[in-house]
Design a protein around this ligand. Structure first.
Ligand SMILES: *Cc1c(COP(=O)(O)O)cnc(C)c1O
Length: 338
């Protein structure tokens, strides 16, 4: 088996997680009768500092439902980083499902500034322009390289949004990575947004599940779209139990993934033909440059699974199924391949 640095989505549920799932108390989720799902929703609402939350099958559905809540089809504009997941990996969902016009910003590692946001706004009632309506922040940035928005950067963007009456959305697929790496509580990052969510199927290691948090009113409305998009479930407590197990056992350990990512980045920086600044590796995502990314990924495939994300960019992601010894193995294979 090659060392799997393809994605933290590929983790296997641990035996303890499977046992917790098997033992879950369950009921009919779409009628509000699944106690384990309700418990997970309660915990995530509290964690993120919001009134209510809803369990969904994927992070993509969290994004798409939240955007549907914020955007009025009819010329509303969503502003987000050019590398943001809804723009690059949700099959055109913001346009297809929410009717959004999207306005991409060129941030640094997926992080844009309040000034960039302000400069992009259309809020003066000009009938030629789309109406700026919502802004989305990705914490941590995925294609940006796992970078962390500081609380100050978040607050400055939220302040501009508030000043201009924009709705605000936090794509927190890897929010807990930011929390563990920075020591900033999840609620400090998430409470100021209208909608915020975390994914359980990334570094937290659950097989399925994401939870979207917001006000009671927005979550009630989100349920309409959950039903509409086919996200209303039945005995989902089986899944929610895996997520609760992840919250209890897989959060602190994200620090190991971060240390492994940093070790990988430092090793890569030593290799001729590889470009990376290890200082920019803040969590579990390592993006490095080589002359031919596709060729390297292909050559490495028998020994290391990495993802070519551009002609010269390669992404490697650490997670709970990769230990330090495998990082050393991966470095040796990459050294040989380049
Ligand atoms: C993975 C990811 C998503 C989508 O989550 P899924 O659970 O895979 O649907 C959304 N945003 C970011 C930043 C992600 O990394």
């Amino acid at each position: 088996m090659p060392v799997n640095l393809h994605s933290d989505t590929q983790t296997q549920p641990t035996p303890a997680m499977r046992a917790a799932m098997a033992a879950a108390e369950v009921g009919d989720e779409q009628r509000g009768l699944d106690p384990t799902t309700a418990e997970l929703e309660r915990r995530v609402a509290e964690l993120l500092g919001h009134e209510a939350a809803v369990f969904l099958p994927s992070g993509t559905m969290c994004n798409e439902i939240a955007l549907r809540l914020h955007i009025r089809p009819g010329g509303d504009e969503l502003i987000l980083d050019r590398s943001a997941h809804p723009l690059v990996a949700e099959a055109g969902g913001p346009a297809a499902l929410a009717g959004a016009t999207t306005s991409p910003l060129d941030g640094d590692g997926g992080i844009f500034t309040a000034a960039q946001l302000e400069a992009a706004l259309h809020v003066d009632g000009d009938r030629y322009a789309p109406r700026s309506r919502a802004v989305s922040v990705e914490q941590t940035t995925n294609m940006g390289g796992g970078r962390i928005w500081s609380p100050e950067q978040v607050e400055q963007v939220l302040a501009v949004a508030r000043r201009h009456g924009l709705r605000t959305h936090l794509d927190g697929a890897r929010l807990m990575n930011a929390v563990v790496a920075s020591g900033v509580p999840a609620a400090d990052y998430a409470a100021g947004f209208d909608t915020a969510w975390i994914d359980f199927s990334k570094g937290l290691g659950a097989p399925v599940g994401a939870v979207l948090a917001a006000s009671r009113e927005l979550i009630d409305e989100a349920w309409r779209y959950k039903q509409m998009m086919g996200g209303a479930l039945r005995q989902s407590g089986i899944l929610a139990a895996g997520c609760i197990h992840a919250l209890e056992h897989h959060v602190e350990r994200l620090a190991e993934d971060h240390a492994n990512a940093r070790a990988l980045a430092e090793g890569l920086a030593e290799l001729p033909g590889v470009q990376i600044d290890p200082e920019t590796v803040e969590t579990n995502i390592v993006i490095f440059e080589v002359p031919d990314a596709a060729l390297l990924a292909e050559r490495l495939a028998p020994e290391v699974d990495v993802l070519a994300i551009g002609p010269a960019r390669v992404r490697a992601v650490t997670h709970l199924d990769v230990d330090r010894e495998q990082i050393e193995q991966a470095l040796e294979a990459i050294a040989a391949a380049v």
